[in-house]
Ligand binder design. Structure first.
Ligand SMILES: NC(=O)c1ccc[n+]([C@@H]2O[C@H](COP(=O)([O-])OP(=O)(O)OC[C@H]3O[C@@H](n4cnc5c(N)ncnc54)[C@H](OP(=O)(O)O)[C@@H]3O)[C@@H](O)[C@H]2O)c1
Length: 317
């Protein structure tokens, strides 16, 4: 698979990375099994994925544990990107970025993954408790010098924070939501990330499955699936997404690839994007998503897809 160097590192990321949220067996319905997840990870290796994105919050450690089991000794041959700073408080996920919690969280990650040094550690989302950036990123700077991780990235921070964090400690990447249905990245955030020479890692490229084109009617999900509470799967927002996915499907059929590959490939082909993280529950999804990498260099295809997206306009509120 096509790889790109994450700026400022020696990490070569496949343009499609494996998103390991769903394999954490929580918040993604009842059809995730360990056997299917392991098959998905093995399929990713077979298709040339070089990196896997996980987090402690994904099943409260379960995603990291399944990933370790599935990768076995190959865990040392691939890049595992995980995240720090979310804590379970009264059953809810809360960003906790005190120096003390960061140290505990990083230790627990290393134990779960069975590694001394994490390849890429990302702060999961900005602090909800008001901890100053200096405390959080100062603590992370120390942990890096102690060998706990090699490179530091952040997720879900805005342009001003990126600059402020960069003044405290080196960071190499910004992970942010980006898809044909979610375009807030385009503008000052992307400009700043690029000016700071950060790699941009785009998550949710399928808009949680919507852009695979598989939903022919308004879907219903069990309570165990976070999409049962996601407005994008209801009413006008769903119809808008479905109309776009239907048109993407027409383009995909002409090219001879799955609709999901076009949605993921579009994100990977946009300026500033180093790699896209595509979530998958099973090997059949990985096989489709991997095809995105074959499309990335096809500029005329992206012109067409850009025009299709423009016809549909922005997502209704
Ligand atoms: N840093 C952050 O704050 C943050 C936030 C969100 C995500 N992420 C990362 O980004 C990754 C990707 O985002 P995401 O998983 O939320 O959303 P996504 O990649 O847009 O969608 C993934 C879901 O779509 C469905 N799917 C995947 N491939 C498919 C295919 N070829 N055909 C049909 N359906 C398919 C699967 O669910 P079903 O089969 O159940 O439909 C899968 O779980 C995550 O796994 C995580 O690693 C990071």
């Amino acid at each position: 698979m096509l790889t790109r160097r994450l700026p400022g590192t020696d990490l070569d990321l496949s343009v499609v990375g494996f998103g390991a949220w769903a394999i954490g067996e929580k918040w993604w319905g009842d059809d995730v099994t360990e056997a299917r997840s392991i098959a998905a990870v093995h399929a990713a290796l077979d298709h040339g994925y070089t990196w896997f994105d996980t987090a402690p919050v994904y099943g409260w450690g379960r995603s990291e544990a399944v990933l370790r089991k599935a990768l076995g000794p190959r865990l040392r041959d691939v890049i595992v990107a995980t995240k720090v700073g979310v804590r379970e408080i009264d059953g809810h996920a809360q960003s906790t970025l005190t120096a003390d919690w960061i140290r505990q969280d990083v230790d627990a990650i290393r134990k779960r993954l069975g590694i001394e040094t994490i390849d890429l550690l990302q702060v999961h989302w900005p602090c909800e408790l008001g901890t100053p950036l200096e405390e959080t990123f100062g603590a992370l700077d120390t942990l890096r010098t102690q060998g706990a991780f090699r490179y530091l990235g952040v997720c879900n921070y805005g342009a001003d924070d990126l600059r402020a964090i960069r003044a405290i400690t080196p960071i190499v990447s910004l992970q942010t939501g980006y898809s044909l249905l979610r375009r807030e990245l385009e503008g000052p955030l992307r400009d700043t990330a690029m000016a700071l020479d950060l790699g941009i890692l785009a998550y949710e490229p399928l808009c949680r499955g919507l852009l695979s084109g598989k939903f022919t009617h308004t879907p219903t999900f069990p309570d165990t699936d976070l999409r049962s509470r996601d407005d994008r799967f209801r009413g006008r927002r769903f119809l808008h997404a479905k109309a776009l996915a239907d048109d993407l499907g027409k383009v995909a059929r002409r090219v001879g690839v799955p609709t999901a590959a076009v949605a993921i490939g579009w994100a990977a082909a946009q300026p500033g994007i180093t790699a896209v993280i595509a979530g998958a529950k099973g090997p059949e999804q990985v096989a489709q998503n991997a095809q995105a990498a074959t499309l990335v260099g096809q500029g005329r295809l992206w012109d067409v897809v850009g025009r299709v997206a423009a016809v549909h306009g922005g997502t209704p509120r």
